[in-house]
Design a protein around this ligand. Sequence first.
Ligand SMILES: Cc1cc2nc3c(=O)[nH]c(=O)nc-3n(C[C@H](O)[C@H](O)[C@H](O)COP(=O)(O)OP(=O)(O)OC[C@H]3O[C@@H](n4cnc5c(N)ncnc54)[C@H](O)[C@@H]3O)c2cc1C
Length: 561
Amino acid sequence: MTMTTYKPRRVNDITPQKKVESQRGGGTAGCVLANRLTEDPEISVLLLEKGKPSFTWSSRVPLLSCNFRTNTLCNIFNSVPQKQLGGKAVKIITGCGLGGSSRINAMLYTRGLPCQFDAWSEEGRKGWSYEELLPYFLKSERALDETKNGAVHSVTGLWKNRSFKSYFKTTDSNPVEPIYGVAKASYTIDEHSHRSDTASAFLSSQEERHNLHICVDALVSKIVLNSSKGVSAKGVSVERYSQKSDLVEILAKREIIICAGTIGSPQLLMLSGIGPRDHLLGLGIDVRKDLPGVGSNLRDHACIPVSFNVPIKDSLENTMNSSFSALGQLLEYITTGDGAFRAPIHEVHLWAKTDMLLFQSKKILDERPSDTEDPQTSVIPDIEILATSFGDLGKSDKGGFSLWAVPVKPQSRGVVRLTTVNPRDPPACNLNLFGDPRDRLAARVALRLCLRIKEQMATNGYPITDNIVPKGDMDAALDSFVVERGRSLYHYCSSCRMAPEHDTLAPGVVNDELRVHGVSNLRIADASVFPDILSTHLQATVVAVAEKCADMVKKARNPLA
Ligand SMILES: Cc1cc2nc3c(=O)[nH]c(=O)nc-3n(C[C@H](O)[C@H](O)[C@H](O)COP(=O)(O)OP(=O)(O)OC[C@H]3O[C@@H](n4cnc5c(N)ncnc54)[C@H](O)[C@@H]3O)c2cc1C
């Protein structure tokens, strides 16, 4: 699909001094906001996105669009060396194009447990309890599975999800109570087996809206600030992303909402003089608002893949390494919407909790929370195992199968800082994976569980053998496997967290209405504002945050509505 099929009017050239009401970056959250705000004909929106739309056929095919090697919608760079991973850098990957990371992600639709949002609310985030957020989850969702529970799922939204037939005894992957066991994955996929990303769901199916302007290949290099009565945002400086061009200043009549993602949003704030004073001064940036929280609380999930050999017919290597098989699978996908090309990379989730497993991860104990934890949040699973039908995807005649061990309740906190004042240079991202020793404990238990699952599969007669696995299940062997294989699951969040400016846990950047502390007319709505990382995948909550932000903007304009 190309941009010409888009109904909303597109601004091809960046027009100097063009006045619009609000502007933002066009990723997962940005597309939702653009749609919801322009439902009101009185609000005009300019959506600015540095990437291109690139709506090709393959960008909608689940398997192909998850492939970073061929995907032009990815922005990939190295993290700073990770101390706890032997000094190696890990890949930082984000989406870059209309729809942002929802165009390249693994399409899992999971919301997180109600008690996690209630914990946000109990920490003082007014309006962010589960009960208050549920309407926004429901507003966007169109669940295509008839079996889904009507109280917690909706069938009327724009953003489609569904699951596939499962061979396991599974449960809904969006439970309202914690589950420990295997959950059937729900994917953001439509009835034609195409990826349902937020650009196609929220932008392309709309009636023509003259109040929505979309500008792609537009890199926002700075927020233009006014200092006459306190600091306020008045516009943005924009340049072409694909090639160096002149800077254009675009003014906002009302406000600016940044949706540049967990890495992009703090980068843009710091480039604009909003951030930790000493860091900005060190780069010669004029400090407009000293806000220590900007970029200071980067959270992520680590992932440690354990890989096994299985018969090639059972694995994606069959499709990837043999043109004959790929052609057959492709034909099946085109004609029936089924087969390997339909499936995103993960088939099922397994959720577990470290203190329910004995040393060898062999037995599940009873479900009582340990005494040391808050009884409400202690029920949250802290381990996820993602079953993946490929190994290392190298050229091989063997089939691969991997279990990705993910400690989903990490304590480690990292940081995003500028390296230069050039907006094209990636910032320095220290994910600080396993920086907190508690995360290593969960990793060990998760790895043991992966080894036990494989043992059980072999005992049951399935021809599975070790490929890249820890050398034993003692702590030292597991720890060195973490160092060797640990990487990011790309769940960056909380780098501009919603919390008071001087919060003792980690300083905040936005208030409960997502307004940047000390800067008027400026909000942030994306994964960077999460007060804390969720023990699940993030995109459903990012969309709910955008839905809620749109509501807050509309209510601020018209409090009686
Ligand atoms: C590879 C991968 C797999 C994932 N798998 C899953 C999954 O299966 N399930 C799940 O729930 N979550 C998953 N996630 C996480 C989830 O996709 C993200 O958390 C979510 O999409 C982030 O949304 P966002 O709006 O915060 O940022 P993004 O969607 O990343 O949007 C930010 C946008 O801003 C643009 N931008 C940045 N800076 C500028 C600038 N200066 N000027 C103009 N534009 C700018 C970017 O190009 C981008 O389009 C995955 C993420 C990745 C990267």
